[in-house]
Design a protein around this ligand. Structure first.
Ligand SMILES: [Zn+2]
Ligand SMILES: [Zn+2]
Length: 1034
């Protein structure tokens, strides 16, 4: 760079300017991050921001434009008095993804900003607010997931068609007389220290003949004219170099267009120790012929000004600055990551009340199978205060079923063992665990039972919600009574061996008399309605629920003729029930009437964004059904009726002890015999036999080790599967921890394919599990010639993996990654099970069998080419995941907003889908026709002991629907049709590579291109695939 040596006269030359730089403080990005996450959501419309322009205040350091925390809020009155930070209006365009940022037409945007400046010049706004000449633009992408920001800043500068000529340029000290210099210093000091003018970066210097100097604002232009004086056009110059600063160009355009000037003397104001720096400040002369055509109202001027680019660099790819926010407040970062999926739900669906959720205290009674799942899922909903009560110990067979425990926990009280497992998934959780048996009627009295009763009273009183997750019916009695008495939310989840019940208890009774201070009146005047005057909903003792549960199916499933009298729940059931219980809780919490909300029925219309809030849900795996039930509080209920509650209010624990000690006491009191149910009560299994030959010998390939992969792997092991191969390309990140049931904080940044092995082993040492870190090749993701060899290798690997396994589970989170495995399974006639999640709906399906052949004899070539439309049993083939689609999979990730990239789904949904997927697999394996079995529809009766075997199950959380569907293989399917399989058989991986590289090839091959031309198909995003609208069509 040329230094200030050139103090001598310069010859006329084109005016060159010193570009300005930006300095964006981390605090600005941190606040933008928060704004995006909490407020803006998917909105990417431009945001007005404020930059702070500083003149050069040091001989060797340039000034700049600063963006800080205050830039995202409108400037306050006080910010205008600051001499070294003049507020300047700017625009921020923050895009939703990287591709969006890269695709911005940066030249166009720059010209649009320049047009605003031009407009302000022509319409006289500059005189009122000179800072408008310094207007700037920021484009960015805040990658919230990875704590990165990518951005670029522009200072739009209008380009004159005819050149601006610099006639002379000198240090101010050489131009001004001593007297003038002194006077100028003094006047500028006053200007710079007045609140009114300090932040105005453009001004006139009016030098009278007697060398006295006045500094005037642009709006006082009239006062400066025709006094025969010398006039300097002054501005705060950010630069400290030889050329005048960037601000001069727009200033000249203003002077030319608005004030019709063609030649000026200008002053570049630069400062040293808060005084005019006469050596560094420049006085120059420039001329500029008037431009033509700029006064058309829609004229769009040429503009330059992207930071770091020289004029004439042209339209090449924008170089973006990259900021890493990971160093910002790490302690808060982890927690924010864990809650991000909930905040993202607010982007499109409904705002989660995180404050309420994090403050609410949940009491979990039972830390077994249900307790583990429910506590983990509550954390994914942002619950941070848990109290867990359990009296048992972790035993060896529990480790498989109870998702949090590992081998090392055996023999340890569950109440002790659960705490570290919750903490290592969510360090911010505040969990208290209490080892205690819950006092139950009819149980032998232990010496501590009175203490335990008192303790439970205190616990319920200090909690907001109580989850009843114990494994006996009678242990739910006292907590149910306490919740009804205290009007606390209570949620019951109960497992039969193949069916379940999830319900919320109704509110407690209101009182009839007005005088709340009168204790006696409160006891005796219990209303049959709740405090809102509504009929109370029932509790889990109000109805005969025990009949739900029978035992025959499982015995057949696992091939046992008899089993101990303990009820054994199907492994997939726990996940399904826990997911629903937690969903019910979240729904109730967000309902304006909370515990008093009336019960909704499935299929009803609702205005609540979260969907329906039923009273009870009952479901059965073999019948593939889900029903919602409403029942009111019963007058003779042993737990929540007014008779029982007034007795409890009168007698307190004496009453409870009596009920515990005398089995007939409650019966006599209420006149019924509800508690007889305790004879047939629900009991969770102490052990689940895993000796089903088919299951233990099945080799399962799981594609994806994320939320679905973790759950499916665990449930399959619980069903008895002992050979698992797991493929995944990603690493464990903090935001996954609570959702992906197997990982802990120790796994952070470890490949999932590695981390999952240890976690499966520590639950079942006899499992043979292999992890493969590999990206599944995907259509529509063209590869460079360098990458081609690696992708080809991955294809071969996947071919080999599918060939050597009996069943493939498709559990990845993009549509396109399921294409090649689907094709391979159809080709090899392998069992393929898909589980996929929408925002609040899920899909679990089994793909149909591959095609049979039409050829006679043993001619292999003929066999290859004569694929039949039917399977080898001569049945119509069932469809695959892609059969309903009309477009080939393409890159579905780059254009997505963050919430789409993260596949925002409601917590609990993955558990439910995984449970159904694993259950579907075991059902298929036990079906005599296996992969060739036709698809059953719910409602049909089945002669098979294992019940129905559907083709597809689609469920919606908000509607409480569960549909079974049958779809047949489509002749234009891009993954399983004969056209595709034939091509694959004859060309092998050449074909696959072509599909990967040519986005439209598959569509052309299968005739989908023609199909699309003939009808108006709109593109369906994968995440929306199981949306409500679609249900209506089926
Ligand atoms: Zn009841
Ligand atoms: Zn298909």
């Amino acid at each position: 760079r040329r230094e200030m040596a050139a103090k001598a006269e310069v010859r006329p030359r084109p005016l060159e300017l010193d570009p300005i730089a930006s300095r964006v403080e981390l605090a600005f990005w941190e606040d933008l991050r928060r704004l995006k996450l909490d407020v803006l959501g998917t909105d990417d419309s431009p945001i007005p921001i404020t930059g702070y322009y500083t003149p050069c205040t040091h001989p060797k350091m340039s000034g700049l434009l600063r963006l800080g925390r205050e830039s995202l809020v409108p400037p306050s009155a006080s910010s205008f008095g600051s001499r070294n930070s003049c507020p300047v209006p700017g625009t921020l365009i923050n895009m939703n993804n990287m591709r969006g940022l890269q695709n911005l037409d940066v030249e166009y945007l720059l010209r649009e900003e320049a047009k605003k400046i031009l407009h302000d010049i022509m319409y006289g706004k500059i005189e009122e607010d000179p800072s408008l000449l310094l207007r700037f633009l920021v484009i960015s992408f805040a990658d919230l997931k990875n704590w990165k920001i990518y951005y670029s800043v522009a200072f739009p500068s209008l380009v004159f068609k005819s050149e601006m000529t610099l006639l002379s340029l000198h240090s101010a000290s050489l131009v001004l007389s001593q007297e003038e210099a002194k006077s100028l210093s003094k006047s500028l000091k006053e200007w710079r220290s007045s609140n009114e003018t300090a932040a105005l970066p453009f001004f006139f210097v009016d030098i009278s003949l007697d060398s006295s100097i006045a500094i005037r604002q642009l709006k006082d232009w009239k006062d400066c004219q025709d006094n025969g004086q010398k006039l300097l056009f002054g501005f705060y110059d950010h630069g400290c170099h030889q050329d005048p600063g960037w601000a001069l160009r727009n200033y000249i355009v203003f002077l030319s267009l608005r004030l019709k000037i063609e030649k000026i003397q200008f002053l570049c104001y630069r400062e040293k120790r808060s005084e005019l720096d006469l050596e560094k400040s420049l006085i120059g002369e420039a001329s500029f012929p008037p431009p033509h055509g700029w006064d058309y109202s829609d004229y769009v001027p040429e503009a330059i000004g992207w930071e770091g680019e020289k004029p004439g660099d042209g339209r090449k790819e924008k170089k973006l600055k990259e900021i890493n926010l990971e160093s910002m407040s790490p302690e808060r970062r982890d927690e924010e990551q864990q809650l991000m999926h909930l905040k993202l739900m607010g982007w499109r669906h409904f705002p989660v009340d995180l404050k309420n959720l994090s403050g609410i205290r949940c009491l979990l009674l039972g830390a077994g199978t249900l307790g583990c799942e429910v506590s983990r899922l509550l954390m994914t909903w942002g619950v941070r205060k848990l109290t867990v009560v359990d009296g048992g110990h972790v035993s060896m067979p529990d480790v498989l079923k109870q998702s949090l425990y590992v081998d090392d926990d055996c023999g340890v009280p569950r109440a002790t063992a659960i705490v570290p497992h919750l903490k290592e998934r969510c360090p911010a959780v505040d969990v208290e665990a209490i080892q205690m048996e819950i006092p139950a009627p009819g149980n032998p009295v232990s010496p501590s039972v009175l203490d335990d009763c008192e303790r439970l009273q205190t616990l319920v009183a200090s909690s907001d919600v109580v989850f009843l997750l114990t494994d006996t019916w009678e242990s739910r009695w006292f907590p149910t009574l306490l919740c009804a008495n205290e009007n606390k939310m209570a949620i019951t989840a109960a497992l039969g061996h193949d069916s379940y019940l999830v319900m919320r208890h109704g509110a407690g009774p209101g009182t009839r008399s007005g005088n709340m201070d009168d204790v006696i009146a409160q006891i005796q005047n219990l209303s049959t309605e709740d405090a809102l005057g509504r009929q109370r909903l029932g509790c889990c003792f109000c109805n005969d629920t025990a009949s739900l549960f029978n035992i025959s199916y499982l015995l057949d499933l696992i091939g046992l003729q008899s089993i101990s009298d303990e009820t054994v729940a199907l492994p997939g059931l726990t996940s399904i029930v826990s997911g629903k219980a937690v969903e019910l809780f979240a729904r109730m919490l967000h309902h304006p009437e909370g515990i008093h909300a009336p019960g909704d029925m499935a299929g009803m219309d609702t205005e609540h964004q979260l969907g329906l809030l039923p009273h009870q849900m009952r479901g059965s795996l073999p019948r593939c059904d889900l029903s919602t039930v409403i029942s009111n509080s019963s007058n003779d209920c042993t737990a929540c009726s007014n008779i029982v509650l007034s007795e409890y209010r009168r007698e307190g624990l004496n009453f409870v002890m009596q009920a515990i000690n005398q089995p007939t006491y409650l019966k006599d009191l209420t006149g019924i015999s509800n508690l007889i149910k305790s004879d047939t009560c629900l009991k969770l299994p102490a052990s689940f036999p895993v000796n089903s030959g088919k299951l233990s010998s099945a080799r399962c390939l799981l594609l994806g080790a994320g939320t679905l992969g973790c759950d499916v792997a665990r449930i399959l092991m619980d069903y008895g599967v002992r050979t698992l191969t797991i493929v995944d390309s990603g690493c464990v990140v903090v935001s996954n921890l609570a959702r992906q049931s197997l990982y802990t904080t120790k796994d952070r940044k470890t490949p999932k394919a590695t981390a999952i092995l240890e976690h499966l082993k520590e639950r079942c040492s006899s499992v043979e599990v292999e992890g493969i870190q590999m990206e599944i090749p995907m259509p529509g993701h063209p590869v460079s010639s360098k990458e081609a060899a690696g992708v080809l290798k991955a294809c071969e690997r996947l071919q080999e993996l599918v060939a050597t396994h009996d069943a493939v589970f498709l559990l990845t989170d993009t549509r396109e990654s399921r294409w090649l495995p689907t094709l391979l399974c159809a080709n090899e006639n392998k069992i393929a099970i898909t589980a996929a999640l929408g925002y609040d709906s899920y899909l679990a399906m089994r793909h149909g069998a591959g095609p049979g052949t039409n050829s006679e004899g043993s001619d292999m070539v003929a066999a290859m080419n004569k694929l039949s439309a039917e399977d080898v049993l001569g049945r119509q083939r069932l469809g695959c995941y892609f059969c309903n689609d009309v477009i080939a999979p393409v890159d579905s990730v780059s254009n997505r907003t963050l919430d789409q990239q993260c596949t925002v789904t409601r917590p609990g949904l993955a558990s439910i889908a995984s449970g159904h997927a694993a259950d579907l697999f075991t059902r298929l394996l036990n079906h005599p026709d296996g992969i060739h079995a036709p698809g059953d529809i719910a409602g049909k009766s089945s002669e098979r002991p294992s019940g129905l075997l559907p083709h597809q199950m689609r469920g919606s959380l908000s509607q409480y629907s569960l549909l079974t569907l049958v779809g047949y293989s489509s002749s234009s399917c891009i993954a399983c049709s004969n056209a595709v399989l034939r091509e694959y058989r004859s060309r092998g991986l050449d074909f696959v590579m072509q599909v990967i590289n040519e986005p439209t090839y598959l569509e052309d091959l299968t005739g989908l291109t023609e199909l699309m031309k003939s009808a108006d198909y709109s593109r369906v995003e994968w995440v929306d695939e199981v949306d409500d609208e679609e249900f209506a069509d089926m």
